[in-house]
Design a protein around this ligand. Structure first.
Ligand SMILES: [Zn+2]
Length: 181
């Protein structure tokens, strides 16, 4: 493929910027780390470089998910893939939220719905969602690129980050403390 054709294709894919949600709701007062919020924002805009997107811009890639035999799309990764789905489910369970994760487009609508308002639960749900997407994307990259994965207790890491960030927020501290009991 000639350079110009690739550039045009890349441009076309990059322009496919259809936010799945009103992203302001999920970004507003999100206490997750900035890097996690950024990756979450990319996911909300379907802009993560998943294998199906790389194929669309003309790159030769093996479409198979790094964790199972299915094709890697954003809907599959978050949270069609059982390997990653159970991690988000564990985080939700810690938040005392009774919900079974769905595929990304549906899950993002669920996250948005439960991120509305100024309540502590809404704030923790959207922050946990951002930290989870960040952690899972990093985990996926490590496995895909053959990096050594030193820690597989990903759900514990996500929860620890939320506890740490929530503790520094005077309005959230009490609620985080209750979740720890
Ligand atoms: Zn998979």
């Amino acid at each position: 493929m000639k350079g110009k054709t690739i550039t045009r294709k890349v441009y076309k894919v990059l322009r496919e910027d259809y936010p799945l949600v009103d992203w302001k709701t999920v970004m507003y007062q999100n206490i997750a780390r900035p890097r996690a919020v950024f990756i979450f924002w990319l996911a909300c805009h379907s802009r993560l470089a998943t294998k199906d997107r790389l194929l669309k811009i003309g790159l030769t890639v093996n479409l198979q998910c790094c964790f199972c035999t299915q094709e890697e799309t954003i809907n599959h990764l978050f949270f069609g893939c059982t390997e990653l789905k159970h991690i988000w489910q564990k985080v939700l369970r810690w938040l005392q939220v009774d919900h079974v994760p769905m595929e990304w487009s549906a899950e993002l609508r669920w996250i948005t719905k439960h991120s509305k308002g100024k309540g502590w639960k809404a704030q923790l749900v959207k922050s946990a969602a951002a930290e989870t997407i960040y952690a899972l994307w990093k985990y996926r990259n490590d496995v895909c690129f053959g990096n050594k994965v030193y820690n597989t207790n990903i759900d514990e890491d996500i929860i620890n980050t939320i506890v740490y960030r929530g503790w520094r927020n005077a309005k959230l501290r009490e609620h985080v403390a209750h979740l720890l009991i």
